[in-house]
Design a binder for this molecule. Structure first.
Ligand SMILES: *Cc1c(COP(=O)(O)O)cnc(C)c1O
Length: 389
C-alpha cells in the first residue's frame, strides 16, 4: 500500500482500557455520579503515587481551574504581576487575567525550550508576585535554579505541570518539589486522561483549605460530606464567591485506573521517543532536548525543529505529512503572536527571539502509547521523503 492508502494516523489518541470502562460503569450504577468517593480515592491515590501521602491533592475539572485556584489562594490580584513563558498554551497566562493581575511574558532557553531563568530575573519588578514555570513537552524546568531565584526575590511559584506526568528533576518527581503549588492536567491528549480534569498539589495547609472551598462555590462543606453524614447535615455556609471546579466521580473513575498505568505509559513513550531520535538523526532537523541522565521525561510531546538551511519550511513539512495521512501539531503558537496578548501588552516577536525562531521551525509528531513501531516508522518515512532524504 502507498502511504496515502493507509488509514489516517492521528496526532494523539487516549489509551482507555477495560478497567477504566468498568469503573465508569460502576460509578454510573452506584447512584453517585458527581464528586464523591471516587474523587476522594483518586486524590488519595495521587498523593500515594507521588510518594508522599501528606501532600494535599485536590481534584478539579481542568488544569486551568487548578491554576486559577492556586493563584487565587495565593492572593494574586489587581496590581500584581506574574511571570511566565510566552511559549505555552494560553491557559497558563489567562488565569492571571481572571484575577485582574498582569502577565509578564518572557522568552525561552533555545536549548531546552523551557522558560529562560535569566530572562525571569531581568523581568522582575516590585509588582512581581509569582512565577509560573511550564515543564514544556514534559522536560522539567531547572527547578532548583528557579526556586532559588524565587526565594531570593520573595516570589511564589506555581508549576504548570500539564505536560509533566511523570517528569523528574534531580531525581525528584514534579509535584513533590518546594514550589507552592503544582497543577497537572488530564485533558484528552495529556499523558493520562479523565476526558477533562486536573489535580492541584500543595504542601501548604492554608492554600489547600482555600482551594478546596473555592473549588465548590465557596461552600464550607461539600455535598458528599453533607449527604453521607449520619446526623442531619443540611447546613452549610458560603464564605466566599467561589467557583464550580469540582471533578465528577465519572471522570475520577477514569483517573484511578489511568494513574495506575502512568509509569508504564511513560516507559512506552520514552521508547517511542528513542526510536524517533535514532531514525531522524542525521536529517536537517534539531532533535528534542533530552533530560539529564537518570531523570524522567514524560514525553507528552515529541517536538522536532527544522535545522537552519533545511530544504523545506515547517508549514510545507506539515502539509506533506497530512498528504501522507499523518496528523501533527505545533506547540505552541507563542502567546506574543495572539491578538489578545500582543495588543494587551504591546508585544512583538523581536522581544522573544528564541520562542519565535523555535515556533517557526517546530512541529509536534504523533507520540502516544497506542502507536506501534510500524506507525512510528511511517511518520519517519514521510518526514524523510518531505526532506528529500
Ligand atoms: C493542556 C494545558 C493546560 C490546560 O489544561 P486543561 O486541563 O485543559 O485546563 C495548561 N497548560 C498547558 C501547558 C497545557 O498543555
Amino acid at each position: 500500500m502507498s502511504q496515502s492508502e493507509l488509514p489516517f494516523l492521528p496526532f494523539a489518541l487516549p489509551e482507555i482500557g477495560e478497567e477504566e470502562i468498568a469503573e465508569v460503569v460502576d460509578t454510573l450504577r452506584s447512584g453517585w455520579v458527581t464528586t464523591g468517593p471516587k474523587a476522594r480515592r483518586f486524590e488519595a491515590d495521587f498523593a500515594a503515587w507521588l510518594g508522599d501521602p501528606t501532600l494535599h491533592c485536590i481534584a478539579v475539572n481542568s488544569a486551568t481551574a487548578g491554576l486559577h485556584l492556586a493563584l487565587e489562594a495565593l492572593g494574586i490580584g489587581p496590581g500584581d504581576e506574574v511571570i511566565t513563558t510566552t511559549h505555552t498554551f494560553t491557559a497558563t497566562a489567562e488565569v492571571v487575567r481572571y484575577l485582574g493581575a498582569d502577565v509578564k511574558l518572557v522568552d525561552i532557553d533555545p536549548a531546552t525550550l523551557n522558560i529562560d531563568i535569566a530572562a525571569i530575573e531581568a523581568a522582575i519588578t516590585p509588582r512581581t508576585k509569582a512565577l509560573i514555570p511550564v515543564h514544556y513537552a514534559g522536560l522539567a524546568v531547572d527547578m532548583p535554579a528557579l526556586l532559588a531565584l524565587a526565594k531570593k526575590h520573595g516570589l511564589r511559584v506555581v508549576e504548570d505541570a500539564a505536560h509533566a506526568l511523570p517528569s523528574t528533576i534531580g531525581g525528584q518527581l514534579v509535584g513533590t518539589l518546594a514550589s507552592d503549588v503544582t497543577v497537572f492536567s488530564f485533558y484528552a491528549n495529556k499523558t493520562i486522561t479523565t476526558g477533562e480534569g486536573g489535580m492541584l498539589v500543595t504542601r501548604d495547609d492554608t492554600l489547600a483549605a482555600r482551594a478546596k472551598v473555592m473549588r465548590l462555590h465557596g461552600m464550607s462543606r461539600d455535598a458528599f460530606d453533607r449527604f453521607t453524614a449520619t446526623v442531619p447535615s443540611w447546613y452549610y455556609e458560603i464564605v466566599a464567591p467561589g467557583f464550580k471546579y469540582n471533578l465528577t466521580d465519572i471522570a475520577a473513575a477514569l483517573g484511578i485506573h489511568q494513574l495506575k498505568r502512568a509509569n508504564a505509559f511513560q516507559h512506552k513513550r520514552t521508547q517511542l521517543a528513542a526510536l524517533y531520535n535514532k531514525a531522524l538523526a542525521g536529517l536537517p532537523v534539531i532533535l528534542p532536548p533530552m533530560p539529564a541522565a537518570g531523570d524522567l521525561h514524560s514525553w507528552h510531546l515529541y517536538v522536532l525543529r527544522l535545522a537552519p538551511g533545511a530544504p523545506i519550511t515547517r508549514n510545507a513539512l506539515i502539509e506533506s505529512l497530512y498528504a501522507a495521512g499523518i496528523g501533527c501539531s505545533v506547540h505552541y503558537i507563542p502567546l506574543h503572536l495572539h491578538p489578545y496578548w500582543r495588543d494587551r501588552y504591546d508585544l512583538s516577536p523581536e522581544q522573544f527571539p528564541h520562542s519565535q525562531a523555535a515556533y517557526e521551525a517546530m512541529l509536534s509528531l504523533p507520540l502516544y502509547t497506542r502507536m506501534d513501531e510500524g506507525d512510528l516508522m511511517r511518520v519517519v518515512t514521510a518526514v524523510r521523503q518531505a526532506l528529500g532524504a
